[in-house]
Write a protein of this length. Sequence first.
Length: 457
Amino acid sequence: MTHVADPPLAATRPAARLSAFYADAVGDLEASDPALLHLLGDELVRQRDTLALVASCSPARPAALLAEGSAFANVTAEGYPGRRFHAGCVNVDKVEQLAIDRAVLAFGARYANVQPHSASTANQVVMTSLLEPHDPILGLDLDAGGHLSHGAPVNVSGRVFTAYGYGLGPDGLIDYDEVRAKARAHRPRLIIAGTTAYPRVLDWAAFREIADEVGAYLLADISHIAGLVVAGLHPSPIDHAHVVTTCTHKQLYGPRGGLVLLGESADLRLPGGRTLAQTMQSGVFPLMQGAPIVNSIAGKAYALGAVTGPGFTETMGRIRSLAAALAAELVTRGVRVISGGTDNHIVVADVLSSFGITGINAEKALEECGVLVNKNRIVGDAHPAQVASGVRFGSNGMAAREFDTDDVTRVADLVVEVLTATRATSNTTYELPAELRERTAALVREMCRRRPVAGYR
Ligand code: DSN
C-alpha cells in the first residue's frame, strides 16, 4: 500500500487550508442536512434581492462571517489573554489581543473588553459592576428611541434597578434641560446616553456635566453610531463618558457582539480602591459571563481591523450623505420627517400624518415590495410600539451597496408611491394593489442586483 504523507502543516498555505475546510463543510451540509443548506442559500438570495433599510443592521463583511464561523468556536477559554482557565488557548490569546488592540486604536480608547456577547450584555456589565440593586438609573425612554437595556420595565435593567426615563421635546430632540431636571429630581447613580431611533448628534459634554452635577456615572451606548464615531463623523464620547459600550454588527459591519471601552476614565479609582478598568474586566468575566465566544471575537478582530482599512471612512461618509438625501427627498414629497432631517444614518418618518396609515401597515406594505424598514413610535404617539405611527429608515445597507443620490431618489419615489397606495382597513391590516406590489418588488430587485453588497452574490 502506498502511503501518501500529509504535507507538513507549515507548507500548506492558510488560505488553502481554510478553503478546503469550508468546501468540505458545504459538501457535508449538502449531504447531511439539505434542508438547512437550502435555508442558508435562501437567506443569501433574500438579502441580495431586498433593500434592507432597517437602521439597526448591516451586511457583515463576509470575511468577518468566515472568522465567526471558524474553528475558534471549539475552544473554551475562560479568562483573559495569558490568564486562562483552560488549555489550548495559544491562538485564542493572540486573536483576543488582536481584537483588543484594534478596538483601542479604532476608538482612541485606553481599555477595551471584546468579550461581551452583545451590547445589552455590555450594558448589564456596566450596571451590575457599578450599581447596587434598586439604585436609580436614568435613560432615554424606550418609546422615545432609547433601548431595552437602558431601563425598560420589561428588561432586567428596569427590574433590578429603579429606572427613570427622559423623553424628547415636541421637536423630536433631546431636551437637555429636561434631562438635568430629571437627574436633579431622581439623583440617578447612572445616566445612560444612547439611542436607537434618534437622527441627531448627541451632546456628550452636556450629558457628562449633568452626570457630574448629580454624582452619577455616565454610560454612552453608541451601538447605532459606532462607525460614524470611529470615522470622526459623530463626536466621540470616549473621554466624556465613564464607560462606552457598543455592538459590533451595526455600523462596524462585523459579527453580532459587544464591546466595553474606556477612555480617560480607565484609571479612575472607584470606592473600594479598584480602577474602572479593573472593575470592567472582572465585570465581564466572571461577574456577567463565563467563557467568551472566541469565534465571535475573531470576527470582531476582523471588523475592527477593517475600520482603519481602505473604504471605511468613505462608507461612513456615504451613510450620512445617503440618509440626509433620503430625508430631504421625503420632505420634498410632503412626508413629515421627525426633526426635519438627520445627522446620522437614521430617518424617522411620521407615516400616520403623512399617509394616514400606521407604522405596522407601512412596514408590512413596504416589505411586500422588497423594502425593509421597521415601525417606530414617534413623539406623542397614540399607538403602542407594536403598531406605532412612524417608521425608521437607516442607510447602513444602502451605503454598503454603494448607492448614490440618484438611487436614493428612486427609493424615495417608490416608498412614497407604495405608502400613498396603501389603504388601511384597520390599524394592522391594509390593502395594496397587486400590480404596484409586483412592479415595485421587481424594481427593487433590479436595483439591488445592480448594486450588490461586496461579496454577496
Ligand atoms: N435596538 C434595536 C434596534 O435599534 O432596532 C436592536 O438593535
